[in-house]
Design a binder for this molecule. Structure first.
Ligand code: AP5
Ligand code: MG
Length: 233
């Protein structure tokens, strides 16, 4: 996932402010696409999963509260995640561009996000919903490996590192996320169906939902996203 596609549309997208929510089940490619979009248009990539994993590693109060939920593949309670996002958006300061990856994940979180953005007079521009068949999600998650040092993602068969277990980019050690074991993957997909899938209707009714085919290579998916979020000429 280290090879981004080029697109004239990306330059058009870069000229406009972009506030995007990336929606999609575990393994849909939210993190992969947010990184590629960051390289293309420079918008901040805000991932609640990454923020929570960093809190767990630091053994902060938030991390200690979140850890057991994450290990079971359950959602961390709304108040904890909403407080964390509020703080992260404050750090974004005057920068009007961001991509939210993994947030919101419940209708309560979506309503809280709207309140947070209304309070800052920032409109949300697009909610990109990545569509990927279930068996492909399981294949992607069970083969995912992540660099401990720089966060670059690999897949053991479809995007392997040159040397097994070692990051091509920085030489860091690759690891498998605790929640990428088969049983936890199933639990996460079930949680997505009950708690997060209803957000599609929430955002469709607000005219923000952009459904994007998430199959094919990452560069191809990036092109589809950019085409959806670029300002019409
Ligand atoms: P989080 O880290 O957000 O995990 P997730 O939503 O389950 O999604 P993933 O990160 O697993 O998948 P992704 O869509 O980012 O796919 P990726 O690009 O990595 O959350 C983890 C946990 O934190 C949650 O379970 C919960 O406990 C907690 N949490 C987080 N946010 C929360 C919230 N808002 N509220 C409450 N709790 C929260 O790609 C996956 C694999 O596929 C990789 O190997 C990649 O290389 C490969 N791949 C990507 N794109 C392609 C492609 N086009 N073709 C082939 N392979 C591809
Ligand atoms: Mg992710």
């Amino acid at each position: 996932m280290r090879r981004a596609g080029g697109a004239g549309d990306a330059r058009a997208a870069a000229r406009a402010d972009m506030r995007i929510v990336l929606l999609g089940p575990p393994g849909a490619g939210k993190g992969t696409q947010a990184k590629l979009m960051h390289e293309r248009i420079g918008a901040a990539h805000i991932s609640t999963g990454d923020l929570l994993r960093a809190a767990v590693d630091r053994r902060s109060e938030l991390g200690l509260a979140a850890q057991a939920y994450m290990q079971r593949g359950e959602l961390v309670p709304d108040p904890l995640v909403i407080g964390m996002i509020d703080q992260r958006l404050r750090q974004n300061g005057a920068d009007p561009n961001f991509m939210l990856d993994g947030f919101p994940r419940t209708v309560a979180q979506a309503e809280a996000l709207q309140t947070l953005l209304d309070g800052r007079h920032i409109p949300l521009d697009h909610v990109v919903s990545l569509q990927v068949p279930r068996e492909e999600l399981v294949r992607r998650l069970s083969g995912r490996r992540v660099c401990r040092q720089c966060g670059t993602m690999y897949h053991v068969s479809s995007d392997p590192p040159r040397q097994p277990g070692v990051c091509d980019r920085c030489g860091g050690q690759l690891y498998q996320r605790d929640d990428d074991r088969e049983e936890t993957i199933r639990a996460r997909l079930a949680v997505y169906d009950t708690s997060t899938a209803p957000l599609a209707a929430f955002y469709r009714s607000r005219g923000l939902l952009r459904e994007v085919d998430g199959t094919g290579g990452p560069a191809q998916v990036l092109d589809r996203i950019v085409a959806q979020v670029s300002p019409r000429q």
